[in-house]
Ligand binder design. Structure first.
Ligand code: SAH
Ligand code: SF4
Length: 385
């Protein structure tokens, strides 16, 4: 049992308004101070108690003595890609590291942040360097929330007019194996007194953790779901995503049929195209049949290379052929030629401190086609406003 001597002080950045109210009232302060504190932390992104000018000195003192701000400990590195993206390597309070990637959409003029939900990942997908390195620990709510607070702060420092708008849980880790913290972070980040993200611009991406998908659907947070499909059948999916043995493809797709995610009630399927493995025309035909009847969009992601992984990226023609078979069947398809590839910030390249040495050269970023429908689950929604 924890004694009061070893008890961890509450971490303010991971607390809801209700929890802050309870904390402050129990300590003898007025309840309304909790909203002020929440606004400082979340809406204004204060990095220190000293900035919180409208809080009385007695409350500031009490907070300094009895709480922590929490969040990330420091920024180990921050890199800028030729395409404008930022890749942050954050150091946590136990020395572990995680990555977040902040990407511009120069056409629609907004930014999307891709956050990590765990240190490493236990799911072991064969094409992903995060999976290759294994699982270390769950991220706490304050560590998830602070990825947003810190990167927004950096972005607005560099460009005060920037529109920080979309959030995707597509960084390191499987968000639905850390569902409690992920859901709580979503509630904090969509709170009107805080960052106030619109739920329809928040997307949780999963490898298909059935209980977590149901919990997300039933959470009433209204956020979108992206499912990493990656193969057109049970056997082929098991080969690249062993988690399919535990949560069979049929069960995963049934959740997509039965439950509703996001305002438009359309799931986004992600499909990493691996040259010679799942990118042939017959795969596309079977994929088309597999998802028929499910309201969805298909997001094709040409494999992002890492020297430690035994796969290759298909060429543009193969991607176009694959895509056409799906669009011919009236599916909405987008191709994600990932951003931040030149700083190892693309999908599946986030390795934290266990970065593998790359042995294959990155494709030239300048040659990437513009990604008009980047992270389309939320982008499409926003155009309707
Ligand atoms: N664990 C979650 C979210 C993080 S992975 C999930 O698997 O959905 C985010 C996306 O990156 C997934 O769609 C995954 O299939 C994709 N991905 C992983 N490795 C990749 C790689 N090397 N190239 C391209 N996409 C990759
Ligand atoms: Fe984990 Fe997602 Fe990578 Fe699979 S693709 S190993 S679930 S982070």
């Amino acid at each position: 049992m924890m004694t009061s001597a070893t008890r961890q002080p509450p971490r303010l950045r991971g607390m809801s308004v209700t929890e802050l109210e309870q904390l402050l009232v129990e300590a003898g302060f007025e309840k309304y101070r909790a909203v002020q504190l929440f606004q400082w932390l979340q809406r204004r992104g204060a990095r220190s108690l000293a900035e919180m000018k409208n809080l009385p000195a007695a409350l500031q003192r009490w907070l300094a003595e009895n709480t922590e701000l929490g969040g990330i400990a420091s920024v180990a590195t921050m890199k800028r890609s030729a395409d404008g993206s930022y890749k942050f390597l954050f150091q946590l309070d136990d020395g572990r590291k995680i990555e977040s990637v902040l990407m511009p959409d120069p056409i629609r003029n907004y930014w999307t942040l891709c956050v990590s939900s765990q240190v490493g990942c236990a799911v072991d997908c064969k094409f992903c360097v995060t999976g290759l390195n294994g699982f270390f620990r769950q991220l706490r709510v304050d560590e998830i929330v602070d990825q947003i607070l810190f990167s927004r702060h950096q972005l607005l420092t560099d460009n005060p007019d920037a529109n920080f708008r979309n959030l995707v849980y597509m960084g390191m880790g499987e968000p639905l194996l850390n569902t409690e913290a992920v859901l709580k972070s979503i509630r904090i980040l969509t709170h009107a007194e805080g960052v106030n993200l619109s739920p329809r611009r928040v997307t949780v991406s999963t490898s298909g953790i059935v209980p977590g998908m149901i919990e997300l659907a039933e959470s009433n947070t209204g956020v979108c779901l992206a499912l990493s499909l990656n193969a057109p059948s049970q056997a082929e999916r098991e080969a690249v995503m062993p988690i399919t043995k535990k949560y069979p493809l049929a069960d995963v797709l049934n959740v997509c049929r039965k439950y509703q995610f996001g305002r438009h009630k359309r799931v986004t399927f992600e499909y990493v195209l691996l040259h010679g493995v799942n990118d042939q025309e017959e795969h596309a035909h079977r994929l088309r049949k597999l998802v028929r009847g499910i309201p969805c969009k298909m997001n094709l992601i040409p494999f992002n290379p890492n020297g430690a992984l035994p796969y290759e990226r298909p060429d543009r023609e193969a991607v176009d052929r694959f895509s056409k078979i799906l669009t011919d069947d009236h599916l909405t398809v987008s191709v994600r030629w990932s951003k931040a590839l030149d700083v190892d910030g693309a999908c599946g390249q986030l390795a934290g401190q266990f970065r593998q040495r790359r042995t294959t050269a990155p494709a030239a970023v300048a040659e990437m086609p513009p990604d008009l429908d980047f992270f389309s689950p939320t982008a499409a929604d926003s155009d309707e406003e």
